[in-house]
Structure formats: structure tokens, C-alpha cells
Design a protein around this ligand. Structure first.
Ligand SMILES: [Zn+2]
Ligand SMILES: [Zn+2]
Length: 429
């Protein structure tokens, strides 16, 4: 006897969803574009496991970061291991760099990844608990050209997807110059501690830079007069940042400087960047669709070895949300031709015809399980195809087929073997 699953259980868990139809089609388009450009620029794909030892995230993202404190899906396995569903892509890749011997490859090592990541966050538009990311990492490169390459590729992807986003840049210094800034930042916020939100009061002790990232209104207000890192950067950091900006100018990538851009992770040094959709109305929030930065200390943190590196990632769910709003983006996949068959002989001939179309790479829709002309025509017009092919009893015997233009209703009868050529010509006009 079968036991029915309770209705409440027969749904995806909060913050997750099934992907199919247009949603999945758009996603595949995004992935294709990302892969195409990244591979052209010499990045190779890497796939790491969906879970890792929890410690590598705890050690690198910052014990007090929102991710580690509230958002990681951590579990103990039957064997007693403490594992975490990957909340981001960079840490596993740095782990892989050392584990898989990439240190002995020609440097820099340029990798890209596409996949699912997991964070326990409150779901909102374009944000899910299982979310998609496309990311790039350049490992073993301390020159500003690494930042430039990654930013350049991201802006190319956006452009070719037809999206417009603003690029914001900042430098958050290194271990030479950041301590002095950190000190002044703490002093500033101490003076106003009563206005800080609960989380920021705690962050003030552990990572004051993260206060600049807080979205609470009172904290956003306080930020306006906070000291700015750019006034503290040492000569080396300044020269590096200037070089990044020179590359932006040379590649004609427009940007603006955001002196309070920090990003919510501990491992960043020097350059940080974000691509944002600016709000259209004062009530709307700015929407971050991707970002990244340099992380020269992460290798040291994880493996005790120095590793200069830069990385960044796009949120695929947000890109897909934006593309869904664009007219016609999901249309490319719709077949332009529908095959209608009537009678046993025609049905049998249809199988060969479908295969001919597949070989000719012409998408062809059909419903071989349907028998009536009306039913199939209705389906053809529902799919908004340009042409229907009608293969009736008579045509099947004669070795002909009818091509019907759906808009005008004009029909022509042509020899069966000519149908593909004829469709190709007609589709061009
Ligand atoms: Zn706050
Ligand atoms: Zn510095």
C-alpha cells in the first residue's frame, strides 16, 4: 500500500524552485554567453564539489561575517565530518589551487565556474537560498591587469546580454595601510554607537569595515560622514589602484568611485568592484548583480602560502530576472515550423522528416500523438510558428507535402525531398 506524502511537503523548500521553460532557457543563454567570452579570454572551467569542510569557510570568510554566522548550511555527516554547502565560489577554488597542484602550472591560473551556491537568507526578488553564480578567478597575478581582465569580461557579458549596469570601484588597502583606517573608523563609529543597529554594534568589535556595508537606514545615514579609505592608502596601494583605473580608461569602461564600497567578506584587499542597476525611483533600492575584488591574503589564510589573486561573480538569478523583463529575449527558442500529419502512412513518414529537419538544424515542432487537422492547427497557431507543413494521406502517397504560411493562409504543394530547401528559402524572406 502506498502512503501519500502530506500536501505541505509536496513543494520545494522555501527559497528554492524548479527551473524549466523560459526560466531555464534564459539561464542557459546567460551561461552560454559567460562561457563563450571567458573561454575566449583563456579561462578554463573548474567544477568543485557542492560541499566542503566547514572550516575552510569559517577560516576565510570571517567568523563574524553574516555568511558564517547566519547563512551557512552546515551539517554533520554519518561519518562525523562537519560539512557546509558552498556559500560562495572563491574559497573552494583557492582550496583546489593548492590541492590540485596548480601552483606548478604556468601562472596566472585563470578559472571560471558556473553552478549552484547555498545561503540561508530571506528570499526576495531575484534572491534564492539555492542561487546560481558565474564566476572568474585569476590566481597567481599581482598586477592590475588581472582586475582589468575580470572587469572587462563582466562588462562584455552584460553588454552582449543587452543589460546596462553601472560599475563602482574602490580600494580597501592592504595590511600596510588598512590598520590606521580601521582605527579611525572604529573611533568614528564609537562616537555614534547609539545610532548603530544591533548587528553593527557587534560588527564594530569584529570587523568595522563591514559597517559600511550595512543596509539599515540609521547606519546608511552615519556612513555619509565616515572616514574614507582612499585618504589612508599607502603609496603601493595607490599606484595599484591608479593602474586599475588607467586600464578602465584604456578599455573605455565607464566607472564611478564609491569610497564606501567594501563587500561583505573578510578576504578582500585593495581593489573591490560591483556592478549595480541604479534605482529608477527614490524608493527603489540599488540592485547589485555582481562584483568581486582582489584577495591577496586568502592563500595565506587557507594554506599558509602567499597567493596574489582576483575574482568576481555574477548572480545568475538576478541577471535572469532582468532579462525576463526584456521583450523577446526568450523567443529565440520557439520553432518556426510545425509538422501536421494526417493518417497512418503520413505519421510513419513523419519520423523520417523530423530527423531530416534535425540534421538541417531547423527546429520543428510536432504532435505525433494527435490525429485531427483542427487539433494540430490549433497547436501550431498557439506556438506562433511561421509555417505549418501538412502531410496528409494524399500527399504521403504522392510524395509531396503542403507548406502553409500561417499569417496569410497561403499554401503550396511541393515535392517531399525539396521541403527543407524550400523552408530555408522561405524563412529567409
Ligand atoms: Zn547597521
Ligand atoms: Zn596599502
Amino acid at each position: 500500500m502506498s502512503r501519500l506524502v502530506k500536501k505541505e511537503i509536496l513543494v520545494t523548500p522555501k527559497g528554492t524552485r524548479d527551473l524549466f521553460s523560459d526560466e531555464l532557457f534564459i539561464r542557459k543563454k546567460i551561461h552560454e554567453k559567460c562561457r563563450e567570452i571567458a573561454e575566449y579570454y583563456g579561462f578554463q572551467e573548474i567544477q568543485t564539489p557542492h560541499f566542503e569542510h566547514s572550516e575552510i569557510f569559517e577560516a576565510s570568510l570571517g567568523a563574524a561575517s553574516d555568511i558564517v554566522e547566519k547563512q551557512m548550511y552546515t551539517f554533520r555527516t554519518r561519518g562525523g565530518d562537519q560539512l557546509t554547502l558552498r556559500p560562495e565560489g572563491t574559497v573552494p577554488i583557492v582550496r583546489a589551487y593548492f590541492e590540485d597542484g596548480m601552483l606548478s602550472w604556468p601562472q596566472p591560473v585563470m578559472l571560471y565556474y558556473v553552478g549552484s551556491f547555498f545561503r540561508h537568507e530571506s528570499p526576495q526578488k531575484g534572491r534564492f537560498r539555492e542561487f546560481g553564480q558565474f564566476g572568474l578567478e585569476i590566481l597567481g597575478e599581482d598586477l592590475a591587469v588581472a582586475e582589468a581582465t575580470i572587469i572587462r569580461i563582466f562588462s562584455l557579458i552584460l553588454k552582449e546580454l543587452g543589460l546596462e549596469a553601472a560599475l563602482e570601484l574602490n580600494t580597501i588597502g592592504d595590511k600596510e595601510c588598512r590598520p590606521a583606517y580601521r582605527k579611525d573608523l572604529i573611533a568614528y563609529y564609537r562616537k555614534h554607537v547609539n545610532y548603530l543597529c544591533k548587528d553593527c554594534k557587534r560588527r564594530l568589535k569584529e570587523n568595522p569595515l563591514r559597517l559600511l556595508d550595512c543596509k539599515e537606514e540609521s547606519c546608511v545615514e552615519l556612513k555619509k560622514n565616515a572616514p574614507q579609505m582612499i585618504e589612508y592608502v599607502c603609496d603601493n596601494c595607490k599606484a595599484h589602484f591608479k593602474e586599475v583605473l588607467d586600464f578602465m580608461d584604456a578599455a573605455e569602461i565607464p566607472y564611478s568611485l564609491n569610497p564606501y564600497l567594501v563587500r561583505g567578506l573578510d578576504y578582500y584587499t585593495r581593489t573591490v568592484f560591483e556592478f549595480v542597476i541604479p534605482p529608477k525611483t527614490p524608493e527603489e533600492k540599488r540592485m547589485e548583480i555582481g562584483g568581486g575584488g582582489r584577495y591577496d591574503y586568502l592563500g595565506d589564510l587557507l594554506a599558509g602560502k602567499p597567493l596574489a589573486a582576483v575574482g568576481g561573480a555574477f548572480g545568475v538569478d538576478r541577471l535572469s530576472e532582468l532579462l525576463k523583463e526584456k521583450d523577446g529575449f526568450a523567443e529565440g527558442k520557439r520553432p518556426k515550423v510545425f509538422l501536421i500529419q494526417l493518417g497512418e502512412v503520413a505519421k510513419k513518414k513523419s519520423l523520417c522528416l523530423i530527423e531530416e529537419f534535425r540534421k538541417a538544424k531547423i527546429p520543428l515542432a510536432q504532435s505525433l500523438s494527435k490525429d485531427s487537422l483542427r487539433g494540430q492547427l490549433r497547436l501550431a497557431s498557439k506556438l506562433e510558428v511561421d509555417f505549418s507543413l501538412i502531410l496528409g494521406q494524399k500527399e504521403a502517397m504522392d510524395g509531396t507535402i503542403i507548406i502553409r504560411e500561417m499569417d496569410s493562409g497561403v499554401q503550396e504543394i511541393i515535392p517531399f525531398p525539396k521541403v527543407i530547401d524550400r523552408i530555408k528559402t522561405k524563412a529567409k524572406n
